[in-house]
Write a protein that binds this ligand. Structure first.
Ligand code: DNO
Length: 349
């Protein structure tokens, strides 16, 4: 593996110069944040982004994400034109030499939490989710009040979208995902790009919306939809790990040995009840994720792809984008590299 770090572009308070000073981080994970969802990414723009990262002495290793338009997820007739645009964006990535695309197929919302700054006993704060609190959230005024990275929707727009999904159950979502992948994966393969679907976070339905990428059975089904190495997954320990029925080391072993893990997101969660968890520091002993088991499985399978520390807590008085401050993620990067180095040493012993 090689270590990467997410960067939200020029407006990110954590500059590339700072990222470069985290020992061992060589890759950057980023995106074109000002392109409207559904519009094609031009080769020039992607190339310019890659060059700005190069200039800082790093390499743009992963695009996270090219968002999938809701019309594709809903299976609307407009999807064909939007898929053409998506394919064009993938070609642009390939031409710019970027080999991994992390994306998701979650309806309406991306990752969701009910608390962005839950205090932990040591005085740090972390992201937390509690399904009972989610049920109490009011969507009638749009997404404005939601604690999460949801795309902003006005009340009316959100109501219409939620209504449109009422006709889309899990099986329809799978059909729409297959339709998308059948058209996109061959182009990714020809462009030298590996697609890495991010599991749903949290991995269960929210607000009555279907969520299908939840665990081992779903990942098996995903990789069989289009049988190509370009149709892979982002192995997110935190998302998959918030369900106790997911055996993370076994899943890592299974999908890495198929060469379908193209990107690893590593973070830890503590499960505190049914559909209730909060994020914790990266090392295994703070939560329910067996990080050594996961990294050991990846290493044994010869995983050579990008890995990044995922969400960190807010520590040392840092104020910033929830989950994406500098300090705790940098500590995570060091822990993960230390673990990897130790595993490598152990393998020869
Ligand atoms: C959260 C991230 C996700 C991820 C998308 C990929 O912190 O892991 O938002 O970027 O789901 O499309």
């Amino acid at each position: 593996m090689f270590m990467t770090f997410r960067w939200f572009g020029e407006s990110d308070p954590i500059s590339l110069e700072k990222i470069r000073q985290i020992p061992g981080v060589t890759g950057v994970v980023s995106a074109l944040y000002d392109t409207p969802v559904g519009a094609p990414w031009s080769h020039e723009r992607v190339q310019r982004l890659a060059e700005s990262v190069d200039d800082a002495g790093l390499r743009l290793s992963v695009i996270e994400s090219i968002p999938v338009h809701e019309d594709i997820k809903l299976g609307r007739p407009t999807r064909d034109r939007l898929i053409d645009n998506y394919v064009e964006s993938i070609r642009s990535m390939g031409e710019a030499g970027i080999r991994v695309l992390c994306y998701n197929f979650m309806p309406v919302f991306d990752w969701m939490r009910t608390d962005l700054s839950m205090p932990l006993p040591d005085g740090s704060t972390a992201l937390a989710y509690d399904d009972q609190r989610l049920a109490a959230l009011d969507l009638s005024r749009g997404t404005g009040d939601l604690p999460g990275w949801a795309t902003a929707y006005e009340a009316g727009e959100l109501r219409a979208l939620l209504a449109a999904y009422r006709d889309v159950d899990d099986e329809r979502m799978w059909e729409h995902l297959a339709y998308f992948l059948e058209r996109v994966v061959p182009v990714a393969e020809a462009s030298g790009v590996r697609m890495a679907l991010h599991p749903d976070d949290p991995p269960w339905p929210i607000f009555g919306l279907p969520r299908i990428i939840t665990g081992g059975a779903a990942l098996e089904r995903l990789v069989s939809l289009v049988d190509s190495p370009a149709n892979g997954i982002t192995f997110c320990t935190g998302s998959l790990g918030s369900r106790p029925d997911n055996d993370l080391p076994a899943l890592a072993q299974r999908f890495a040995s198929l060469d379908r893990i193209h990107f690893a997101h590593c973070r830890n969660v503590r499960i505190t009840g049914p559909k209730r968890f909060h994020e914790v520091p990266h090392p295994s002993r703070f939560g329910d994720v067996d990080m050594a088991g996961v990294l050991g499985a990846l290493r044994d399978a010869g995983f050579a792809g990008p890995m990044r520390p995922d969400h960190g807590r807010m520590i040392w008085g840092e104020i910033g984008r929830p989950g994406y401050g500098l300090y705790d993620r940098a500590l995570g990067a060091m822990y993960l590299q230390g673990m990897w180095e130790g595993l490598a040493a152990g393998a020869g012993a």
